[in-house]
Structure formats: C-alpha cells, structure tokens
Design a protein around this ligand. Structure first.
Ligand code: WTA
Length: 673
C-alpha cells in the first residue's frame, strides 16, 4: 500500500492538524500498522506499560485461538496480570497524573437550564461512594448489576463503581420497554437494578421507575426474580430547588426492595480500595440484537478493552490534553461505553455528557452546545446528521463552531450527501471526518481513518486500525485480493474483541466463527476499491439480488439521497417475476417538498445514472418517517413486509414509534406506477 493518490475526490488532512498529531502522516500510519501486525507483542506491550498493573502479565500480551477447527475460540490479553479498570481511568489520573481538578464531564441536561461540571477528583469520590453503597447492598465480585438510567452522571458513577468492585455491569438503554429490560435482567441474572424515578425526553416526561417495576414484575412472573434490590436516583429535573421531589410523577415504591440513592450515598464513605482483578475478568455485558430474536449478551473483559478503547480514542480523535470532546451517543449503546465512559476517561479527557435530543428545545441545540463548551472533537451518527440537514444551514449560522477540529461518525454507512454536509457545513471544510466502522462485538473502532494521516473518500471507513487484519471473502470462503466485494471478516483478534456471549459460548462460536473457520465474521458486506480503501456496503442480509446482480441497499440509498428533495431513503427488495428481486424504495422528503410523479421519475433516473440500469427502482413510495429502533437503526424487516403487503408485522416493540407502520401502509405502492 502506498500513500493514496486517486482519481476519486480525496480530502487530505489539514496541515495545522498534522503539526502536533500523534500520527501525522500516512507513512507513519503504515509503519505503525505494520509493526502492530508483525510484532504485536512489542506494539501492545508499549501501550500496556502506560497503565497500572498490580501484578504483571505472565505470558504474551495477546494469546488466542481463532479457528474453530483447532478447538474452542478464546482470546486473552495480559493474562495473569492483576489490575482494576476504575483505578486506571480515575485514580491513576488523580494520584499520579495531577488531573484531579481537570473536568471529566460537562453534563448538559435535557433542558439547557440543567448542567453541571464534574472534575476527575469529584468523579472518583462519587464512584467510591457508589462502590461502597453497592457493597453494602451485598454486591460482590462477579455479580451482575443492571443499569437502566438516562444520560445522567450517576450512570457513569454506577458503571465505574461496578468496575471498582469487580461487579459486571449490564447497561440497558433507558428507551427500552419493560419487556426488553426484563429479558436482559433475566439473561444476566442481575442481583441489583439501578434506575431513576423519571426523565424528560424533549417535552415528554417518562416514568422510568414504573417501567422498571413492570420489568421486575415480569421477571417474577417468569419465576426469575434474581433482583433483590433496586437503587433509585431522583432525577435532577424532577426536584424542586430545595431538593424535594416535584409532584409531577407518582413513583411506585416497594419498601422491601427499593432504596433511594440520595439516602444511601449521603453517608457512604469516600474511600474504597479497588478490587484487584484478573486481566481477563469480565468488565461488562452489553446486549445486542441477534438475527434470531433473543439478544446476545456481548461480554468484554478488563485489560484488552482498556488497551483498545484508550488507544483508539487517542488516535482516532487525535486526543490532546486541552480538547473538549463530545460524543452524542447514549451510553446504553457500545459507542457510549467505549467513547463516552472508558476510552475518554482512560486518556484523562474532558467530555460533554449530553442527556437531551438534537431538536429540543430548538433545532440548533447541538450547535449551541458546541459553542458553549468550545467542543473540539465531535462524534455523532449519520441518522442525526440527516435529521439536522433537513433544517438547512440557518440553525448553524447562529453559533460559533470555529472550535471544531475533528468530526466523527458511526453506526451505519454514511451516504456521501450527508458526509459532504457534515464536512462542509458543520466542519466548514476545515475538519476531517473520521468514519469509524465497528460493532458492539469489536469493542472499539476496527476500520477508521486517522484524522491527520488518512486521505478521506466520503463514505469510506478507509483502513484498518492497529492490530486489525481485515480481509474480504466470497460466498465460498475464498479470500479476494485487490478490488473486490464480499464478506468482511478479520483474520486475527485485537485486544478489545468480545470474549464470549454471556453464558453461551456456543452461540458465540456459531454466530461469529462457524461460517468461515479461521475468521471472525462481521456480518457486514464490504468493498475494497482500487486504492485499497474499504467501503462498508451494509449488513449482508441487506444485500439485494436483482437479475443476478448483487447490490447493497446502502448504495441505492446513497443515490436517492443525492436528490435535493430527499432527506432520507431506505431500500428493500420485493419479489419480482422476471428479475427475482426488485428494488422497493422508501423516501422521506425534506420540509415542504412535495411527493409526486415528476419526483418519482427524477429519482429513478438518478439511481439509474448513479449506479446503472440494473439498479433502477421499480417502486418508490413516500415515507413521512421510517421505522427505526431507539438507537436510530432502520428496521428493514418491517419495510420488506410493507413492500410485500404482509400485514402480520410480528413484534414491533423495538420500534421507537410503532405508529409509523400504519402511515407507511397508507402510502404503499400497489403496482409499479
Ligand atoms: C454498522 C455500533 C458502516 C455495521 C458501533 C455494524 C457501520 C453495525 C459503521 C454494528 C460505519 C457501524 N459504516 N456501517 N462507520 N459503524 N456500522 O453493534 O452494520 O450497534 O455491523 O455498533 O453497525 O452496530 P452496533
């Protein structure tokens, strides 16, 4: 691989960023990348040496078997070492690094009236008090603690308190239903649930405690009541000035089980010796949806996750001491775990912790927050970008965004139109966009640009991170060289890869290692272009086969969103007599644009022009909104059913707004217009 020069439109790193960057040009990236593959021991040892080990490792930094044919799959990092995650991300900075007074988080509530600043010293003290509370409640090393909280500082306190005493946290996104929470509590067999009385999401008040109670009730009905105690936080926004609870909410209370956080935290000691744990002891479980119904409890362990999240954070966001970093994800997802909690704290970073939504109380909220805290590194999702794009430039023009240096995106392929808008309008053309591809399972970024080193192509996650060895396979498991498209797999582990599915190692092996022995299978399709750039084409199950031509939903969607009237598009297949499958497209229009025959014709022409006649859509329907999960992922299964006029929709509980389905049916295309 040489320094990329290409016929494609490329965006080169700005020279001011390169001046003091950790990886300042492409050849430095290549040299480090080679070292990470050729001498992983030396590479990771150097990283590990920056952290605190109560006892050193006894063997190589990374040990593994990645081939099911050779026996059970395992990955170990720093095996034999004793350490503590919480010590490494907090005490180390306060005791050794002199960072006690540095801001760890600027918390910004749902309402701009609620905000608070938390230094590293304050964070450590709250975490220790919480750790003592958990111990008092009987939580021990290895026990599971379910956390069902909005984006408030107590969420971070609780996670780190678990890490401090060796308990395994299982954070459940607070937008999940009682059903989903119950399922996750039962699978993890948690002994404690931590929740809040309620939360405002935009204008809407949600009675979280009631949902939590319903979940616990369901667990009891299933004869699985592992939870003995429920720790309840009074949300800041639900208190009067004197600290009492406002009476907007009826909080159901079971005095046998429920404990108010305030009451036990008040007298809890500020000192708590960390539990010295094995490097490979579990750190947390995070559930991710599986293709077959039941969510998988993805398990990450301490040392490997620490090394990997800290290193990716440092390099991918080119972290420097005076940065203010903001990741808009919710901690209920892996992005929040790795890049709000652990990665930034491991680097002693200052982050914004935002509870609200992008459009409340106005559509310029993101930009207002960037100005307020002088955010330098900003990390969000394509879905948020497309949402904000709909409102045009005007909301941004009111704010000073000149502090921004690097922009990041994650979660789905970013269509070039959204990329251009992010780069040109949000970043004012000055800031590289790091398109980070990764998964709950990978723990941290696996394909990503480095902002001062990698020339960018809009829509490409570019190249592998250190220690990661991607390859592309065809249906028969044969490796494809050069320009190619197929299954994205990894040939060897990196420290942050998941270790197992909680209490189901067989499912772990079956899901990720059986299809192509010797490789970790991502489940994503991927294309390598002539310059060696990787382009994620979407989940393999979202591949479309039209007249024998494989194409990805993402590329058709990208073509549709090129049209200036289109805000968002989703494409699924519908059976077709001649072609096998044909394309059925859902398009959401921008404000005040009209859906009509002329537009449909224009869109068809556009796709034909961008991809080729084989990709010409047969159906294009108006979609005032798309069916999305609470994490913003489009649920294509539902769109496929609408396209096929299948009325029995099955389980819609993971949808953010189930009403969308009815609306979409009412706009359905019967026959090709
Ligand atoms: C998709 C989120 C394209 C992909 C961190 C992956 C992406 C799934 C990107 C994992 C990206 C994530 N470009 N696709 N930059 N990032 N994906 O577990 O399909 O919630 O397999 O982790 O999101 O989603 P998960």
């Amino acid at each position: 691989m040489v320094v990329p020069e290409s016929q494609d439109t490329m965006y080169y790193p700005p020279s001011d960023l390169q001046k003091d960057a950790h990886v300042a040009d492409f050849s430095s990236y290549l040299a480090l990348y080679r070292k990470s593959l050729e001498n992983p021991e030396a590479f990771w040892k150097e990283i590990a040496d920056k952290f605190f080990w109560k006892k050193p490792a006894t063997g190589p930094v990374l040990q593994y078997n990645f081939d099911v044919k050779q026996g059970s799959i395992y990955v170990k990092c720093m095996d034999g070492a004793k350490t503590n995650m919480c010590y490494n991300v907090l005490d180390r900075h306060v005791m050794e690094g002199n960072l006690g007074e540095k801001v760890a988080y600027y918390w910004e509530g749902n309402s701009p009236d609620h905000h608070m600043t938390i230094t590293y010293r304050q964070l450590l003290s709250q975490v220790c008090r919480c750790a003592n509370v958990l111990k008092q409640m009987g939580v021990k090393k290895g026990d599971r603690v379910s956390i069902y909280l909005p984006m408030i500082p107590e969420l971070v306190y609780t996670m780190l308190a678990c890490a401090r005493i060796g308990a395994i946290h299982s954070v459940v996104f607070a937008g999940f239903s009682s059903e989903s929470l119950c399922e996750r509590i039962m699978d993890a067999q948690s002994c404690v649930l931590v929740t809040a009385d309620g939360v405002y999401r935009g204008e809407k008040l949600i009675n979280l405690k009631q949902i939590a109670d319903e979940a616990l009730e369901k667990c009891r009905e299933n004869a699985s009541s592992s939870v003995t105690k429920c720790l309840v936080i009074k949300h800041h926004a639900l208190r009067t000035k004197s600290g009492a609870t406002c009476n907007k909410l009826q909080t159901p209370w079971d005095s046998e089980c429920d404990i108010w956080w305030d009451e036990v935290m008040r007298d809890s000691p500020e000192e708590c010796e960390p539990e010295w744990l094995d490097a490979e002891d579990p750190l947390f479980i995070l559930y991710t949806s599986g293709s077959t119904g039941k969510p998988k409890g993805v398990l990450h362990t301490i040392a490997g996750y620490l090394l990997y999240t800290s290193l990716t954070f440092k390099y991918v966001f080119d972290h420097h001491h005076d940065d203010v970093y903001w990741c808009t994800a919710d901690i209920g997802w892996i992005t929040g775990h790795s890049y709000i909690t652990y990665g930034p704290l491991a680097n002693g970073a200052t982050s914004v912790l935002f509870e609200g939504i992008p459009v409340h109380p106005h559509v310029g909220r993101f930009w207002e927050i960037i100005e307020k805290y002088k955010v330098t590194k900003f990390y969000t999702a394509p879905t948020a970008i497309r949402l904000l794009m709909k409102y045009g430039r005007e909301p941004l023009q009111k704010y000073d965004l000149s502090s921004l240096r690097i922009l990041g995106t994650v979660g789905e392929p970013i269509n070039p139109e959204a990329w251009q808008w992010y780069h040109g309008v949000v970043g004012q053309g000055r800031c590289p966009v790091v398109d980070t591809f990764w998964q709950t399972e990978t723990g941290g970024h696996v394909l990503t640009p480095l902002p001062a080193a990698t020339p960018l192509k809009p829509g490409s996650a570019t190249f592998p991170f250190f220690g990661v060895e991607p390859t592309i396979l065809n249906e028969h498991g044969e490796e494809l060289e050069g320009e190619a498209e197929g299954y994205l797999v990894f040939r060897r582990p990196w420290p942050g890869i998941m270790r197992t599915v909680f209490q189901n190692h067989e499912r772990f092996e079956n899901t990720y290692f059986k299809k192509f022995p010797g490789f970790y299978v991502t489940g994503d399709g991927c294309r390598r272009d002539k310059d060696g750039y990787y382009w994620i084409t979407g989940r393999i199950d979202d591949m479309l086969n039209v007249s024998g031509h494989l194409m990805s939903t993402a590329e058709v969607e990208a073509a549709l969103t090129v049209h200036q009237a289109v805000a968002e598009a989703a494409v699924v297949s519908r059976p077709h007599k001649v072609k096998g499958e044909c394309l059925y497209c859902f398009v959401t229009l921008k404000h005040s644009r009209e859906f009509n025959r002329t537009l449909v014709d224009e869109l068809k022409r556009l796709v034909r022009e961008r991809i080729g006649p084989i990709a010409t859509p047969d159906f294009i329907q108006n979609a005032p909104a798309l069916p999305k999960t609470r994490s913003g992922k489009i649920m294509r299964r539902i769109l496929r059913q609408i396209a096929r006029n299948e009325k029995d929709m099955g389980d819609l509980s993971t949808l953010a707004d189930p009403k969308v389905v009815e609306v979409l049916f009412s706009h359905r295309c019967e026959a090709a217009p």
